[in-house]
Write a protein that binds this ligand. Structure first.
Ligand code: IPD
Ligand code: CA
Ligand code: CA
Length: 262
């Protein structure tokens, strides 16, 4: 399938960084059994992947700004374009050898997401989207699921963990949601949660306290698949608040009601 030049740049960069992550995953499986554990190794793997992405993306598009989880913000001469990159989303999964992690690359122009690529090296699933051109999973066009009722819906969420998030609020929201949906899931890689909603595997997803690089690529992939994305109040912008809520138009509205009442 033919894609634009910028998508080709993003996919090529993601695949190269993915080869590095895959090699590191193999090493982690060995370290898992050692007493020292693989935590430091994972941090190094993460940084290595980000530097590869930075090198490839800035070589192809010199001057674009770059925001990465590991290296922070690196300004470029071109103030209108910015890459927003998570070199390894789902670190905890990666650390435990759970094959639910991804490289996420978003491209923003004048504050609007215009392209996104999410790649899971473990199962070779590649999600791409470009503004106005639809979203694809390994070249198959994506469309959000059509379910309208919450009691038939499978919904993903995030969970606060040690040192992060409001546990009481999360407990209230989870309790309210659990009693209304067909299934609740916590997969542990925000980019893939969004991609799964785009692919119609999940009907909706919400999570609080995310960072722009967790969501950038996923937001455009989901919107181009016909999904609705907002903050958890319905009015706010997820990229600004870090709280995200999504689904098709019906499920999005239903989730909003449940969260408001929680
Ligand atoms: C995390 C994952 C996870 C979400 C966390 C994120 P990381 O990103 O997306 O699903 O619940 O809030 O920080 O740290 O693995 O890149
Ligand atoms: Ca992340
Ligand atoms: Ca990360």
């Amino acid at each position: 399938m033919l894609h634009s030049a910028v998508i080709n740049v993003m996919v090529k960069a993601a695949r190269r960084a993915a080869r590095s992550l895959k090699r590191d995953l193999g090493e982690i499986e060995n370290l898992q059994v050692s007493l020292k554990g693989p935590a430091n190794f994972v941090t190094a793997a993460d940084k290595r992947a980000e530097e590869m992405l930075y090198t490839d993306l800035t070589k192809a598009r010199p001057g674009y700004g770059f925001i990465g989880e590991e290296g922070g913000t690196r300004e470029g001469a071109d103030k209108s374009h910015t890459w927003i990159v998570d070199p390894l989303d789902g670190t905890t999964n990666f650390l435990h050898g759970i094959p639910q992690f991804a490289i996420s690359i978003g491209l923003q122009r004048e504050g609007t997401m215009i392209a996104g690529v999410i790649y899971n090296p473990a199962n070779d699933e590649l999600y791409i989207a470009e503004r106005g051109k639809g979203s694809f999973l390994n070249d198959k066009r994506l469309r959000v699921a059509g379910r309208k009722k919450l009691n038939e819906a499978v919904i993903a969420c995030g969970l606060p963990h040690i040192g992060r998030g409001d546990l009481e609020l999360a407990a209230r929201e989870l309790g309210a949601m659990q009693s209304r949906v067909a299934g609740l899931r916590r997969f542990g890689a925000a980019s893939l949660d969004l991609a799964f909603v785009a692919a119609g595997r999940l009907d909706g997803y919400w999570e609080r306290n995310l960072q722009p690089w967790d969501m950038a690529a996923g937001i455009i992939i989901l919107r181009e698949a016909g999904g609705i994305v907002s903050g958890v109040t319905g009015q706010d912008d997820a990229m600004t608040t870090g709280d995200i809520l999504c689904g098709n138009e019906f499920i999005h509205a239903e989730l909003l009601k449940v969260l408001k009442a929680a």
